[in-house]
Design a binder for this molecule. Structure first.
Ligand code: 9GP
Length: 826
C-alpha cells in the first residue's frame, strides 16, 4: 500500500495563516506531516500525505462533533444508541471530504503538493469490522443519522483484526489476517481515560441487607477493561457529526499490579494477552453463529461497556430512573447485543435497588430489536452451561424474565399448553439453550424485519407465536443505503451527470431522482448515460487485467454476482448457467450472440466447506472457459479476490446485470440489490427480500424476476421435493451436472466436485437450485435479448436509477426515528 512517490519541492513548512480553504488545508497537511507524523515536508511519500490529510480532516470533524454534542446536551434531546457487533464503514477519506464539502479543496491542495487525490485516496486501507450486509447497513444508518441530525451514537467493538483478507490461490480461498491497524489509526481518538470495567465469570452471592432486601452480587469475577476509541461520522454538509464508539479490551491495572508484585512477570503478560484477546478478532461467520465462548464474551463486553456509558450519561441528568425510556432508546442490531436486556435489569435491580417490576417496566420501554435473518441455523442460541459459567447473574435474570413471561402466556393461552415450550427463552431438551431472539423480543417494545416480505415471514412463521402474544410490537423497516457513498462517491461521473440535470438535492432527498424520468426520452441524455457507464466498465476491465491477467471486453454484458458465499445465495445456480452457455457455444457456435463477462466476488466463512468448494468450482470453470480458444470473447469468467467495500465501489458502477438470486424466503432483504439498481444496473433476481419492493418501484418490465415464490418453495418441500426429476427431465441441466461430477473442470482430480452435484441430487438440494434452473435460464435469455437493444437497455437503466429513491437509508432511518425511536433532528 505504501508508495515512495514524493511530492514536488514546492512543499514548505506552515507559513502565515492561510485564507483560501485549499491553502489552509495544505498548510494543515504540512503541519501534520511534520508535527504528527515526524516526516520531512520537502519529500513526504503518498502514504504520509494520505495520513496527514486524514488527520487534517479529523481536526475539522472533532470541532464539529464537539459543537454537535453541545447541541444535544443543551436541548436535552432523547438519544438513540445503536448497538452492533459489526460496522463496515469502508474507506473514510472520500466520504469525509464529500460530507465536509472539501473535495475540490483537497484536490487543489494535493495538486499543489504534486499529488493526485485519486492516488492518495488509494492509500487508504479500509477497516473490515463487519462480515457483510448487516455491518454495512449499520454504517449506512450512522451516515443517515448524522445527515438527519439525530442525537445518536453507534457502539461496537474495535477489533484488532477485521474480516480476513481473502486470497485466491490455485482457485482456492486462502485466509490471511487483516491487520487493518498496521498503518496506525488516523481517523480515531483513543480515549485511554474512558475505561469501564467488564466483569465475567465468578459466583453469585445472595444476601439480605439491613433493610431486609434480598441482594445479589458477583464475587471472584474476572475484570477486563473496555477502552473507548471514537471515530467521527459527519452528516452531509450540515456541520453535524456523530460518534461511533468502538471498545478495545485492555487488561485491568489492579491485575497487572498484583502479578508484578508477586514477581510473576511472564504470568502478568500472559494474562494481559488473554484479556486483550476479547477484542482481537471479528468472527468471520455470516448467518451461522459459531457458538464459541469468546464470541459470547465479545457480546457481553460490548454490552456492558456501552450500558455503563449510557447509564453514566443518564445519571448526570439527575432525574428519576423511570425517565430513562423517555430520554434514551437502545437499538439492538440483531440478537448479538441482546444480553443488554439482562445487563440493564442487573444494574437497575442489583445496583440501583429498583424493584423487579420497576426495572422491567423501564427495560421493555428502552429496547428495540431488528431481526436480519430467518435461516434457522442463524437464530442465535447459547448453551445454558456456558452462560452460567460466563455470566451467572445474567442467567438468573433471564430465568426470572422467562418465569414471569411464561406465567403471562399461560394465562393468555390457557388452551394451548404447547405454546410454552415454543416461546420459552430457554429451549429444554437433552441440552438446554438460551434463545437470544426470544429474549430480544420479550425485552423490546419493537421488533422489526428488514423488508416487507421478510417482516411478513416473521409474523407468519418464524415468530408467529410471539406475533400472537405481542402483535403491536411487530413492524417493518425496509433497509436502505446511503446515496452519498453508493452513488455520489463510488460513481462520481454519473452523480455529476445527474446533478447537472436535476440539481444536487437528490443527495439528501433521493426521491428527487424521479426528476430524471423526463430525460429518459432524450437522445443526448441517453448517450451521456451510456458513455459514463461504458467508461466505468473500461476502468473495471483495466483493474481485472491488472489483478487477474484476464482481458475482458468492456462492451460485453457485465454480469455480476458479488456478496458473501452461502448456498442460499446460490452462486452455484449462476455457475450452472455459465456452464450451460459454454456448452451452447461449443456445440452450436452462433447460438450465443451476446458476449458476457461474468464477475464473481465474495468471501466464504473459513469453516464453511461447501461455500469454499463452490468458490473453487467457479475458479476451475473460469480457467477452463477462459483458456478455451473456441470461446474467444463470447464468454469470460472472473473471480475478483477479497471482496470488500473498496472493491464494491469499483464494481457496482460498472455492472450491467446484478445477480440477486437467493432461494425465495431466505434473503431477509439484501442491500447489494439496491446499490446496483441505484447505479443503473438491471436486476436478475428471485421474488425474495427487498427484490420484491425494488420490482414494485422500478416496474416489472425493468428487471428480470424468476423462480419459485416463497410459498411455492414451502409447498414443494412439504410435498416431497425431488431434485432428480429436474435432472432427468432437463437434458441441458443433466449435461452440466454430469460434466461437474465427471471431472470436466478438474481433469487432474476427476472426483473433486462430485460432492457438489451429490448435494443437489442425493442430499435434497436444500436451496432448490435445480427447481429454479430452467426459469433462470429463460430469464437470462431475456436479459441477453434486452441487452442487444442498447437504447432500450439504457432506458431501463435510467428508470432503475430514477425510481430508487425509496431505498435511501435516509428514508429508512427517518422511519426508525419516527415510528420506533421517537426522536427528531436537533
Ligand atoms: O442476510 C441479511 C441480508 O439479507 C440483509 O440485507 C442484511 C441487512 O439487513 O442482514 C443480513 N443478515 C445477517 O447478516 C445476519 O443476520
Amino acid at each position: 500500500m505504501t508508495s515512495q512517490n514524493s511530492g514536488n519541492r514546492k512543499s514548505r513548512l506552515p507559513e502565515a495563516p492561510a485564507t483560501r480553504p485549499a491553502e489552509s488545508l495544505k498548510q494543515d497537511i504540512l503541519r501534520h506531516v511534520l508535527y504528527s507524523l515526524g516526516r520531512d515536508t520537502e519529500r513526504p511519500d503518498r502514504q504520509t500525505v494520505f495520513r496527514a490529510l486524514a488527520l487534517s480532516l479529523r481536526d475539522r470533524l472533532v470541532e464539529k462533533w464537539i459543537a454537535s454534542q453541545r447541541d444535544i446536551y443543551s436541548r436535552s434531546s432523547k438519544r438513540v444508541y445503536y448497538l452492533s457487533l459489526e460496522f463496515l464503514p469502508g474507506p473514510f477519506l472520500r466520504e469525509n471530504l464529500i460530507a465536509l464539502g472539501l473535495e475540490n479543496e483537497a484536490r487543489e491542495a494535493l495538486t499543489d503538493m504534486g499529488f493526485g487525490l485519486d492516488d492518495v485516496a488509494d492509500e487508504e486501507y479500509e477497516p473490515g469490522l463487519g462480515n457483510g450486509g448487516l455491518g454495512r447497513l449499520a454504517s449506512c444508518y450512522l451516515d443517515s443519522m448524522a445527515t438527519l441530525r439525530l442525537p445518536a451514537y453507534g457502539y461496537g467493538i474495535h477489533y484488532a483484526y477485521g474480516i480476513f483478507y481473502q486470497l485466491i490461490k490455485e482457485g482456492r480461498q486462502v485466509e490471511r489476517a487483516d491487520n487493518w491497524l498496521r498503518g496506525g489509526t488516523h481517523w480515531e481518538f483513543e480515549r485511554s481515560h474512558y475505561v469501564h470495567p467488564v466483569r465475567f465469570y465468578g459466583q453469585v452471592r445472595e444476601w439480605v441487607d439491613e433493610q431486609g432486601r434480598l441482594r445479589h452480587s458477583l464475587e471472584n469475577a474476572t475484570t477486563v477493561m473496555a477502552m473507548a476509541c471514537d471515530m467521527f461520522i459527519p452528516g452531509h454538509k450540515n456541520d453535524y457529526v456523530l460518534n461511533m464508539r468502538l471498545w478495545a479490551a485492555k487488561t485491568s491495572r489492579e491485575f497487572e499490579f498484583s502479578f508484578f508484585n508477586t514477581g510473576d512477570y511472564i504470568g502478568a503478560v500472559e494474562e494481559k494477552i488473554r484479556d486483550e484477546n476479547i477484542s482481537m478478532v471479528l468472527y468471520p461467520n455470516d448467518e451461522a453463529p459459531e457458538g464459541k465462548e469468546l464470541r459470547l464474551k465479545q457480546q457481553f463486553f460490548l454490552v456492558s461497556a456501552t450500558i455503563q456509558d449510557i447509564v453514566r450519561r443518564f445519571r448526570k441528568k439527575g432525574i428519576a430512573w423511570d425517565q430513562l425510556p423517555r430520554k434514551n432508546v437502545i437499538h439492538l442490531n440483531e440478537t448479538h447485543p441482546a444480553v443488554a436486556i439482562p445487563e440493564l435489569m442487573r444494574i437497575l435491580v442489583d445496583e440501583e435497588l429498583l424493584t423487579w417490576e420497576e426495572a422491567w417496566y423501564i427495560c421493555v420501554r428502552t429496547f428495540a430489536y431488528t431481526n436480519h435473518t430467518v435461516l434457522p441455523e442463524a437464530l442465535e442460541v447459547w448453551p445454558e452451561d456456558l452462560f452460567r459459567r460466563l455470566l451467572p447473574r445474567h442467567l438468573q435474570i433471564i430465568h426470572e424474565i422467562n418465569r414471569r413471561f411464561l406465567h403471562d402466556v399461560r394465562r393468555q393461552f390457557p388452551n394451548d399448553p404447547n405454546i410454552l415450550g415454543r416461546v420459552s427463552l430457554v429451549h429444554e431438551g437433552e441440552s438446554r439453550w438460551v434463545r437470544m431472539s426470544h429474549l430480544a423480543i420479550v425485552g423490546s417494545f419493537s421488533v422489526n424485519g428488514v423488508s416487507a416480505h421478510h417482516s411478513e415471514i416473521l409474523k407468519e412463521s418464524v415468530f408467529h407465536d410471539f406475533y400472537k402474544i405481542f402483535p403491536e410490537r411487530f413492524n417493518n423497516k425496509t433497509n436502505g443505503i446511503t446515496p452519498r457513498r453508493w452513488l455520489r462517491q463510488c460513481n462520481p461521473t454519473l452523480a455529476w451527470l445527474i446533478t447537472e440535470h436535476i440539481g444536487p438535492e437528490w443527495l439528501t432527498d433521493l426521491a428527487q431522482l424521479k426528476k430524471l424520468e423526463p430525460y429518459v426520452n432524450s437522445e443526448g441524455f441517453h448517450r451521456a448515460w451510456m458513455e459514463v457507464r461504458l467508461r466505468n466498465k473500461h476502468k473495471l476491465a483495466e483493474y481485472i487485467r491488472d489483478k487477474n491477467g484476464i482481458t475482458v471486453m468492456p462492451e460485453s454484458l457485465f454480469d455480476v454476482h458479488v456478496k458473501r458465499f452461502h448456498e442460499y445465495k446460490r452462486q452455484l445456480l449462476n455457475v450452472l448457467h455459465v456452464i450451460a452457455l459454454y456448452n451452447r457455444i461449443r456445440s452450436s457456435p452462433g447460438s450465443v450472440t451476446v458476449p458476457r463477462t461474468y464477475i464473481f466476488g465474495g468471501k466464504a466463512a473459513p469453516g464453511y466447506y461447501m461455500a469454499k468448494h463452490i468458490i473453487r468450482l467457479i475458479n476451475s470453470v473460469a480457467y477452463t472457459i477462459n483458456t478455451d480458444p473456441r470461446v474467444g470473447d463470447l464468454l469470460k469468467v472472473v473471480f475478483l479476490q477479497n471482496y470488500c467495500v473498496t472493491l464494491a465501489e469499483r464494481i457496482i458502477p460498472a455492472t450491467d446485470l446484478s445477480e440477486q438470486i437467493s432461494t425465495a424466503g431466505m434473503e431477509a432483504s439484501g442491500t447489494g440489490n439496491m446499490k446496483f439498481a441505484l447505479n443503473g444496473a438491471i436486476t436478475i433476481g428471485t421474488h425474495d427480500g427487498a427484490n420484491i419492493e425494488i420490482m414494485e418501484h422500478v416496474g416489472n418490465e425493468n428487471l428480470f424476476l424468476f423462480g419459485l415464490l416463497s410459498h411455492e418453495v414451502n409447498e414443494m418441500r412439504s410435498q416431497g421435493y425431488n431434485p432428480r426429476l429436474f435432472y432427468e427431465r432437463d437434458s441441458e441441466l443433466r449435461e452440466v451436472l454430469d460434466m461437474i461430477a465427471g471431472g470436466f473442470f478438474s481433469p487432474s482430480e476427476p472426483h473433486l466436485f462430485r460432492d457438489v452435484v451429490e448435494s443437489l441430487l442425493n442430499h435434497g438440494d436444500r436451496y432448490m437450485v435445480l427447481a429454479d434452473f430452467r426459469s433462470y435460464v429463460y430469464r437470462q435469455q431475456d436479459a441477453a435479448n434486452a441487452f442487444m437493444d442498447q437504447a432500450a437497455w439504457a432506458r431501463m437503466s435510467m428508470l432503475n436509477t430514477s425510481r430508487m429513491g425509496f431505498f435511501s437509508s435516509d428514508r429508512a432511518v427517518d422511519e426508525y426515528a419516527k415510528d420506533i425511536w421517537g426522536v427528531s433532528g436537533v
